[in-house]
Design a protein around this ligand. Structure first.
Ligand SMILES: Cc1cc2nc3c(=O)[nH]c(=O)nc-3n(C[C@H](O)[C@H](O)[C@H](O)COP(=O)(O)OP(=O)(O)OC[C@H]3O[C@@H](n4cnc5c(N)ncnc54)[C@H](O)[C@@H]3O)c2cc1C
Length: 293
């Protein structure tokens, strides 16, 4: 189908994009890789009066080490994340997660920015950035602000971005030695999105004690969340299979209402959250111990 008529802008700089967004307000939509917005416009489920195509702003496309962290521009594609030697060496959870997204075409076009700014409850990166305690940078004509991943996902399809803001960058930590990470996902067979996705980041201390652990979950509830109860059940204890299995039972806390739809009931999602958190923790532990997994 042909979309409704719209005004098209292709700014060459972030500043120009922000000025356009500020001028057109709610009537404008940002276009990044186009993978989500264009189908919606063709189906006329979205009919923005103005489209601001940020896809040509090369300054938003990078992966670099900066001030002890790794900074990733919002226009970086999933394939670029997957293939980045820097991320693979120093923060492999993001490439591990990117590998699980859609198929080759989706990974070649889809951008990191959408996956986070759109706050899709079944998108994969939200689980990973929560487990990494990442920072997200939002820019507007008034300046920039930095948000922690834990405060970024507000509700279903709602991120903590203000009107007129563009997500410009994600900053993830360089992981310390004896850290293992893993993303384990139950794919929705038709779309490839996550029915349940669990990301784990685990650091071992002396004597095999769990020094630091963080677990992010996507697909389960209306928004991605940190499984804090799982983390509390592990921190400071000697890592073992039994400990991980027990901790994983806390994957769905009371304040999270699991989604129930045609694809999976709330009961099934809850059961699978426990299974996939356990699997992510087991793989992360094995990697922290230097075993391939
Ligand atoms: C068949 C298919 C399968 C998929 N499977 C998966 C999957 O398994 N897991 C998964 O996580 N994802 C999946 N996706 C989503 C994919 O990862 C893409 O990232 C997504 O489709 C859109 O990315 P885009 O850059 O093309 O966004 P666009 O369509 O260009 O943008 C969509 C909207 O996102 C917002 N936006 C984009 N960038 C920014 C920004 N920097 N700041 C503020 N707002 C912004 C805007 O509101 C914009 O209108 C799938 C998509 C398809 C089509």
């Amino acid at each position: 189908m042909i979309p409704a008529a719209f005004e098209y802008h292709a700014p060459k700089s972030l500043e120009e994009a922000l000025r356009l967004l500020s001028r057109h307000g709610n009537e404008a939509k940002i276009l990044a890789g186009g993978h989500s917005l264009l189908p919606l416009m063709k189906l006329r489920l979205a009919a923005p009066r103005c489209v601001i195509d940020i896809g040509r702003i090369q300054a938003l496309r990078y992966i670099r080490e900066e001030n002890g962290r790794i900074a990733i521009g919002a226009l970086t594609t999933h394939t670029e994340v997957l293939e980045s030697p820097l991320l693979r060496a120093k923060c492999p959870l993001l490439p591990q997660t990117a590998w699980e997204i859609g198929d080759v075409q989706v990974r070649n076009r889809g951008t990191v920015g959408w996956s986070l700014a759109h706050a899709d409850p079944a998108a994969d990166y939200p689980a990973a950035v929560l487990a990494l305690d990442a920072e997200l940078v939002a820019a507007s004509v008034h300046g920039t602000r930095t948000l922690r991943a834990m405060e970024f996902f507000v509700d279903m399809l709602t991120a903590a971005l203000l009107p007129g803001e563009i997500l410009t960058e994600v900053r993830v930590p360089i992981l310390p030695p004896r850290t293992g990470t893993a993303y384990r996902k139950l794919h929705q067979p038709a779309s490839g999105y996550a029915l349940v996705g669990a990301a784990a980041c685990l650091t071992l201390g002396p004597g095999g004690i769990v020094e630091r652990v963080a677990v992010g979950l996507t697909g389960v509830g209306p928004k991605a969340y940190r499984a804090v109860a799982v983390e509390k059940a592990l921190a400071g204890k000697k890592a073992s299979e039994k400990l991980l299995t027990g901790a994983a039972r806390h994957a769905v806390p009371e304040h999270v209402e699991p989604l129930s739809d045609l694809q999976a009931s709330a009961e099934y999602r809850t059961a699978m959250a426990v299974v996939f958190v356990r699997r992510a923790l087991e793989s992360a532990l094995a990697r922290a111990q230097g075993k391939p997994r």
